[in-house]
Ligand binder design. Structure first.
Ligand code: GLA
Length: 414
């Protein structure tokens, strides 16, 4: 164990040197785009198409007031339904004049003025998902307009693009071409823009699961859409619960690295009453958040931040758990033991510590155990990342875990 600690520390030190080299003397190096999983907020999970500029601005205010911005949530992403259903006479996109009368640049300026970053949703095909589902009029996708639209986004100060295939048409090769075209169009603007893609909607098998999108996007959706429910039992088909998604994502750990993340969809922490689902319990929400942290997933909150109850704020603002997610190694936790529904996860951290998650997927409280062989440690200090309690321990790590609960520990070898 000591050897891997020294190795990790050396790698980290070397990485620091590599990052510092290209900067000119006296200029701090620009962090690479999405060097750690992106964090932010997105309008879709709570509001769907019911959005307007005042709602978005008030959400930016609430990200600041709630402490979430300072905890790391940066991107305010406006999902589907922000645009005028008709392009302008010269073929440009613009915001819906009724709901975004000040225009998208003004919204972006407001968001930037709060010390946050700005994101938008678009598709590489002809219709956005809401347009395809007849929930919103028009056909304003970026297919054939990629370079012009990328320039428009850059001129509005867009820092994050969520780009969703959302069409039954197109082979995997067509998708690779379409997503690459926008990657190149974004790069040509010269503006660093986090590029989030979804190759799944209307396709089976899911090409976000089948294909490794490293090098094309910073994050790629691995599953169908999440809903605020623990489990639906669906095999990567709409709608998905928290544990259904974990099962798909667990097979893809090798892909995650700094600058590329498996995207198991946005957070449902504090999201209630969606499509007949009442929402997660607080215990389930804590487990969901902790698992997304372990999986080095993007942490994109989807709740109404203006009106969250204290326990939801505590979950989303838990800096010990956020630190697990934002670790510079960006390793996705391995499932090291799965005794049916009692699962042990292990994530190595850049400082040589390890984070262990004990996930109880059953309907009753259980004592779960990670063995010393699974930990790779016999003597260690364990910090409980939900209570902050620190204990010196030796041997197996045991904990009582509530039904649908996750206990998270950060272990430092001694
Ligand atoms: C798809 C995506 C969702 C959301 C909607 C918008 O379903 O997976 O996250 O962006 O489209 O219509």
């Amino acid at each position: 164990m000591r050897r891997s600690f020294v190795l990790a520390a050396t790698v980290t030190a070397l990485a620091g040197i590599c990052v510092a080299l290209p900067a000119e003397a006296g200029t701090p190096a620009e962090p690479a785009t999405a060097a750690t999983p992106p964090m932010g907020w997105n309008s879709w999970n709570s509001f769907g198409c019911e959005i307007d500029e005042n709602k978005i601005k008030s959400m930016a205010d609430a990200l600041v007031a709630s402490g979430m911005r300072d905890a790391g949530y940066q991107y305010v992403v406006i999902d589907d339904c922000w645009f005028d259903p008709n392009r302008t006479a010269d073929g440009s996109l613009r915001g819906d004049p009724k709901r975004f009368p000040s225009g998208m640049k003004a919204v972006g300026d407001y968001v930037h003025g709060k010390g946050l970053k700005f994101g938008l949703y678009q598709v590489p095909t002809e219709k956005t998902c809401a347009q395809r589902n007849n929930a919103y009029p028009g056909e304003t996708g970026s297919g054939g307009h990629e370079h012009a639209d990328a320039r428009t986004f850059a001129s509005w100060g867009v820092d994050y693009l969520k780009y969703d295939w959302c069409s039954p048409a197109g082979t995997l090769d067509d998708q690779i071409r379409g997503f690459t075209t926008m990657r190149d169009a974004l790069a040509a603007t010269g503006r660093p823009i986090v590029y989030s893609i979804n190759a799944n909607s209307y396709h089976f098998p899911k090409n976000g699961q089948v294909h490794d999108w490293n090098g094309i996007a910073h994050l790629s959706r691995t599953t169908e859409d999440i809903k605020p429910v623990w489990k639906t039992g669906n095999p990567n088909e709409y709608p998905m619960g928290v544990t259904d998604i974990i099962d798909i994502n667990n097979a893809l750990t090798e892909r995650a690295k700094p600058g590329y993340y498996n995207d198991p969809d946005m957070l449902e922490v504090g999201v209630y009453d969606v499509e007949g689902y009442p929402g997660l319990t607080d215990t389930e929400a804590r487990a969901h958040f902790g698992m997304w942290a372990l999986m080095s997933a993007p942490l994109i909150a989807g709740n109404d931040v203006r009106a969250m109850k204290p326990e939801i704020s505590r979950i989303l603002n838990n800096r010990d758990v956020i630190a697990v997610n934002q670790d510079s190694l960006a390793r996705q936790a391995d499932l090291v033991d799965s005794q049916g529904t009692a699962q042990v996860y292990r994530k190595p951290m850049a400082d040589g510590s390890i984070v262990v998650g004990l996930l109880n997927r059953t309907e009753t409280a259980r004592d779960l155990t990670a063995t010393t062989a699974q930990l790779g440690l016999d003597e260690y200090t364990a910090r409980d990342l939900h209570t902050g309690e620190v204990t010196g321990r030796s041997g197996d790590l045991k904990a009582a875990v509530p039904a649908h609960g996750l206990q998270l520990f950060r272990l430092y070898g001694s």
